[in-house]
Design a protein. Structure first.
Lengths: 239, 130, 664
């Protein structure tokens, strides 16, 4: 909070001075420079995430990218969203992804086949999409500026007021959706558990029982647990 | 601040996520790329909400509310998605997307049947070697 | 009940019996036999009552129109004159006898229920033809008879002969039925009605525009149904059916339908002297040719079949000279004695285990084993050969007398040549008829050689029926006196000239045959022959089916056997070879119709396979190539699909942006 306040204050100081003068590309303010630098880091982390050959490193670089985005939210004065981002993405989603990597026995270290044979087509499509989007966005918002002066647009108070005044009904509908996701995760886990039990049974009947088999059998409940965890933490985060 | 900065960053992140979705082999990495794409959209939402809240007189902060909703839904999605990936991994012994080709067109019609018949076998093998 | 109601019941009862038999055949086997026998019996009783009530007086005529049918009305009409009443009695009698006989003949046959129901249906259709006063209703019965004949001839459909025979019978009769139908339409168009009474009234007032055309078209159908030259070839082959069917359909009733039809519409034919000449020539060729062919057959039933064709030739001859009384008179007596002959032949086949006369002539004491068949068939053969005082004598003399009447120029409107043709042909045929009747009798009952394997006694019903039918064969001649009252009133008593001539040639034929037989008999012992069915415990139907199936393998042909002891071979000399195969008419048909049709079918097949299919294959090739190309894209890899999807999206977005910005 203190960090956000400090950054906001600094941004406030810089934008007020800049806003009075004529605004332009070549006269970046401090916030803009900060945004640009953090954005570069975020983008770089994202690129490494999708290109690295080490799967666990990809998850960790994802943390960097998501954290960078949280900083960008702070720079845009959306502090509540920034902390929600940190809490949910960095705190839970990435942990969940790491658990997933672990449970699927992802190799640790460099795996040469992390990218599929589709990568050149993917690169083409991605670059084309990036070029089209950047062109359109730059073309459209060439002369648009965000006024970051005044009260923060995304303080906890403002966000909470709008959420519980204007967005109560969607909010409650979202809770129903989360409940559905909860039930869905449980159902999927139970089915997987039954399958695992079957497989374990056949394995024990066909081959000699081994301690590893017991270990495999334990995956089912653990998976159910992770499935359960997710919506709960989301719900907390959403509130 | 110039609006183009967050917008361009958002577009670049989105394209990066797009590349990841299309190029990654491991299903969990694909899910990570999807998260990147969602976050790019979130950044756009926040940036435009901040811009509009200063430009227009009375906004409902819909961008930020929607961002919150998106985050919640993304988290639910990652939960369900991981559950599915784990189920697939348990059944097939792999989480590689390009090995899940049951819908592929084959020359002889008996081939698709083995998805039902032969599926338990590798899973069992994987269980046994685990 | 009124006579009309009774008359309606006559065809209706066998029809209901047939329906009930078909429905109950599997579920209630106990009802099948009563359902088979009782309806024809009841129909016979009712037909007798109708005949007594009608009594040769004014014709009973009734009609009801169910629904308007356009410019030419079709009515459910009854028209019962003396002809119809008496023919119905004959049909009822023969049908009842055949049903009773079949209960014994086919007693173990698994398909007996459907067989009995078809016979009942056939009887109903024939009675409908007899009683109908409307040509369309008559045609319905006519065609039902055709299809029943098809099914019944093919009763032993396991054998290829029966299958071929049933298809041949159906096709050949249909070949005649097509012109017949056209002729009916032409007649109805000319007369303005399908009612027989109205048509006859119209003809009497000279209202027909095209009498020759109509008569010739109708003659084609009559020739098909009544097995007249050149459409007679189906009848000998139809002997592949069970013997009772041969007796009912191919001797007494269905083949008589054509003759009966002409008798009913005789004024239509008489309106055209050309038609009468054609009829006479047809009758003469049929008579003489079939009698020669009968002399050469080895299968006892085929002898009788050719004999039937010949006797039908007598009837058409009588019609050609304009005397329908004589024609129907001969029809009645022939129906009785020919049914008797066929049923007796069934008994003999069962007892001998073979249908081959050559084999029978090498069996001792066949007549002692089947005394009933021996005596009754002797009577029937004498009637067939027209020896007085049996019924055949009176009826045949009636025909010859009518022909002589015309030949000597006493009839108006009928060319004398017609009379001469019929008279000469009739006398020649009388000679030949006596010859083949004698040959049949001698070969079947006077055989020498080893004793045949015993097939047990025939069921009592089979023998009893023979005696029932022997009565009219023996004594129908007594009806010569009262019958003209029922018919046109023309005298039917034999004239002296033709009686002497006819009986004389018949005696000559018989004696010559006897002499030839004495001459050849000695050879029989030297050439052993004979193949008999090997199931003594089986019922008569099974024995006959096996006999028919084994005839061709044993003797090389279904029709004849290479038997030097055959008197027919001696009598016919070089003609025997041709007569045995029916004077190669089947070969002519094969050359004229079968081979061109087969060639055309081959051509069509070639066109279809090679020409039409080429276009079809060509049209199918392009989509298949495209499909193969598209199939390559179905890799099952989701990332490929999504890549293509997103690439397309990007392209579309860029295109949309370019369009939008270009307009701005």
């Amino acid at each position: 909070m203190t960090l956000a306040a400090a950054t906001a204050m600094a941004a406030h100081a810089t934008t007020t001075s800049a806003a009075s003068e004529s605004q332009g590309f070549l006269s970046p303010t401090g916030v803009e420079i900060a945004f640009l630098l953090v954005g570069l880091v975020t983008f770089g982390a994202a690129v490494v995430t999708v290109t690295t050959k080490q799967l666990v490193h990809a998850a960790l670089w994802l943390v960097v990218a998501l954290g960078g985005l949280a900083v960008e939210y702070l720079l845009l004065t959306a502090e509540f969203i920034a902390w929600v981002q940190v809490l949910i993405y960095v705190g839970s989603v990435v942990v969940l992804l790491l658990f997933g990597l672990m449970l699927t026995r992802a190799p640790i270290g460099r795996s040469p086949d992390a990218d599929s044979g589709n990568r050149w087509a993917a690169l083409t499509v991605a670059i084309a999409a990036a070029a089209a989007l950047v062109w359109v966005v730059v073309d459209a918002f060439r002369t648009t500026w965000i006024d970051l002066d005044g009260a923060a647009a995304g303080s906890t108070e403002v966000t909470g007021a709008s959420l519980f005044q204007s967005w109560v009904l969607p909010f409650e509908a979202l809770s129903v959706l989360l409940l559905a996701a909860l039930v869905g995760a449980i159902v999927l886990s139970r089915k997987a558990k039954a399958n695992a039990a079957d497989a374990a049974n056949t394995a024990t009947t066909t081959s000699a029982p081994s301690p590893r088999n017991g270990g495999t059998r334990n995956h089912g409940p653990r998976n159910g647990g992770t499935g359960n965890d997710t919506p709960r933490s989301d719900k907390e985060g959403a509130r | 601040m110039h609006l183009a900065y967050p917008a361009v960053l958002s577009a670049l992140l989105f394209s990066t996520g797009l590349y990841g979705v299309l190029a990654r082999r491991n299903a969990i990495l694909v899910l990570m790329s999807v998260e990147l794409m969602l976050n790019a959209v979130n950044l756009n939402l926040v940036a435009f909400d901040v811009w509009l809240s200063k430009t227009a007189q009375d906004t409902l902060h819909s961008g930020q509310a929607l961002t919150l909703f998106t985050i919640a839904i993304a988290a639910a999605e990652i939960g369900i998605g991981l559950a599915i990936v784990l189920a697939v991994h348990r059944n097939r012994g792999t989480a590689d997307i390009d090995k899940l080709r049951d819908t592929a067109e084959t020359d002889d019609d008996s081939e698709p049947d083995d998805s039902g018949a032969a599926r338990p076998e590798p899973a069992e093998k994987a269980e046994a070697t685990a | 009940m009124t006579t009309t109601t009774l008359a309606v019941l006559v065809p209706l009862l066998p029809f209901l019996g047939a329906v009930a038999g078909l429905l109950l055949g599997r579920t209630a086997p106990g009802f099948v036999r009563p359902l088979a026998v009782l309806p024809p019996l009841a129909a016979l009783g009712l037909a007798v009552v109708v005949a007594v009530r009608q009594g040769g007086e004014q014709a009973v005529s009734a009609a009801t129109e169910l629904t308007p049918t356009g410019s030419v009305p079709i009515e459910l009409a009854l028209y019962i004159d003396g002809f119809a009443a008496l023919v119905a009695v004959l049909v009822g009698l023969v049908a009842t006898c055949v049903q009773v006989y079949s209960t014994g003949y086919l007693r173990n046959d698994p398909r007996y229920p459907s067989y009995a129901a078809l016979v009942s249906l056939f009887t109903s259709a024939m009675l409908l033809v007899v009683y109908s006063g409307d040509l369309m209703v008559l045609l319905v019965g006519w065609e039902i008879m055709g299809i029943c004949s098809y099914f019944l001839v093919g009763h032993y459909w396991e054998t290829p002969e029966a299958r071929a025979a049933s298809i041949k019978a159906f096709l050949v009769t249909k070949l005649g039925d097509v012109p017949f139908l056209i002729g009916l339409f032409a007649l109805a168009t000319d007369a303005g009605s399908f009612r027989i009474t109205k048509i006859l009234g119209n003809v009497a007032s000279g209202g027909l525009d095209h009498p020759t055309l109509i008569a010739l078209l109708l003659l084609a159908g009559v020739a098909g149904k009544s097995a007249q030259f050149p459409l007679h070839t189906w009848l000998p082959d139809a002997m592949a059916g069970p013997t009772p069917v041969s007796a009912l359909i191919h001797a007494a009733t269905m083949v008589a339908a054509g003759v009966y039809f002409v008798a009913r519409l005789l004024p239509v034919f008489a309106a055209s002297s050309a038609a009468l000449v054609v009829l006479a020539v047809m009758a003469a060729v049929t008579m003489a040719g079939s009698a020669l062919a009968a002399l050469a057959q080895d299968d006892i039933k085929r002898v009788l079949a050719y004999s039937t064709i010949g006797q039908l030739g007598y009837m058409t001859g009588a019609l050609a000279v304009g005397d329908r009384g004589a024609a129907v008179f001969h029809l009645l007596s022939h129906g009785a004695f020919k049914a008797l002959l066929f049923l007796g032949a069934g008994v003999i086949i069962h007892a001998a285990g073979t249908n081959s006369l050559a084999a029978m002539s090498r069996m001792k004491d066949l007549r002692a084993r089947v005394p009933d068949a021996y005596w009754t068939m002797t009577v029937a053969l004498l009637a067939l050969a027209a020896i007085p005082p049996f019924s055949g004598f009176f009826t045949k003399e009636a025909v010859l007398g009518a022909a002589e009447h015309v030949a000597t120029g006493h009839a108006e409107g009928i060319p004398g040549a017609v009379g001469w043709i019929v008279l000469v042909a009739g006398l020649v045929t009388a000679l030949l008829t006596a010859a083949y009747a004698m040959r049949l009798w001698l070969l079947a009952f006077r055989g020498h050689g080893p004793e045949a394997p015993d097939h047990g006694r025939q069921p009592i019903v089979m023998n009893a029926v023979l005696w029932v039918l022997a009565v009219p064969s023996l004594a129908f001649g007594l009806a010569t006196g009262p019958l003209p009252d029922w018919f046109d009133g023309r005298d039917l008593t034999p004239t002296l000239t033709t009686s002497v001539l006819g009986t004389g040639v018949a005696l000559v034929g018989g004696i010559i045959t006897y002499g030839a037989w004495r001459h050849t008999m000695a050879m029989a012992a030297r050439v052993p022959m004979g193949a008999v069915a090997a199931h003594p415990e089986g019922d008569a139907g099974l024995v006959e089916a096996e006999a028919i199936a084994s005839h061709a393998p044993a003797y090389g042909d279904v029709a004849s056997a290479p038997d030097p002891a055959d008197p027919g071979r001696l009598l016919l000399g070089p003609l025997h070879r041709h007569a045995a195969v029916g004077f190669h008419l089947d070969a002519v048909y094969a050359a004229l119709f079968v081979r061109p049709v087969q060639a055309a079918a081959t051509l069509v097949r070639f066109l279809d396979r090679e020409v039409v299919d080429t276009y079809v294959r060509g049209a199918g090739a392009l989509p298949r190539w495209l499909g193969t190309a598209v199939r390559r894209a179905q890799t099952g890899n989701l990332q490929t699909y999504v890549s293509a999807l997103l690439a397309g999206t990007v392209v579309l977005v860029v295109a949309a942006l370019l369009v939008a910005t270009a307009g701005a």
